[in-house]
Design a protein around this ligand. Sequence first.
Ligand code: OAD
Ligand code: ZN
Length: 255
Amino acid sequence: MTPDLALPSSLLEALGRTRRLVVLTGAGTSAESGVPVFRGGGGLWEGFRPEDLATPEAFARDPVRVWRWYRWRLERVQAAEPHAGHRALARLEASNRLRACTLVTQNVDGLHQRAGSRLVLELHGNITRSRCTSGCGVARPAETVDPERAECPCGSGMLRPDVVWFGESLDPGVLGQASLRIEEADMVWVVGTSALVHPAAGLPGIALQRGIPVVEVNPERTPLSGAVPYSLRRTAAEGVPALVEGILGPRTNSF
Ligand code: OAD
Ligand code: ZN
């Protein structure tokens, strides 16, 4: 399927020259797979906003409630399938057409990896895993944790989702790696993020400062839209395959 999306000729030229690409993805990238975004009605659960549940304080106060929310989200993630945008990114990496093709995601759903992408920097962790709050090293698949009995076998902590919560720091190694990849990139795509939550929201700024082409793919305007040279008002499943075709050329087989 060829997406019905004509890209500006200057963008097509830049895509043709691209050797080192970084793709930053946010919740909107998973929306067409059926995973709700955070901001805008769909993110509410039993009347709670993510900002009220995804915090260390919320977990300390009511771990059962927080775990029930994560188990609900995990079920939606497990029922979701990667879409054409995820698959196009995996195809681009596998083609070896680029010298570097790095995905930096704020998503915790693992859909990029399920589509076949290998180099994925997860800024906010992964919902399918849990780890002990005491740092004892115990880690379990999240689906095996009983929300009512989340005490860690070590006796001094609780098993919690292995994600970054509001008020917590991102893994400096992962964030540093993401920044470095953007420092070395000659093109950055920003797909499906409201560009509001820092430090992830600051990453496109590194690319803008360097003056390399930045392409936003988002059906809505964001704080980034006015600052980037290319802002495509398209969904991830429409816009990303078109950009990938801009690098690889039109698809000729059914893969
Ligand atoms: P948000 O929910 O803040 O924003 C989702 C963005 O996706 C919005 O700009 C939408 O316009 C856009 N969008 C919606 N449908 C889309 C589609 N089909 N294709 C492309 N874009 C679409 O999500 P994030 O920016 O990822 O943090 O949020 C950042 C962080 O805030 C999350 O990682 C999470 C959250 O609370 C933590 O959990 C720490
Ligand atoms: Zn423990």
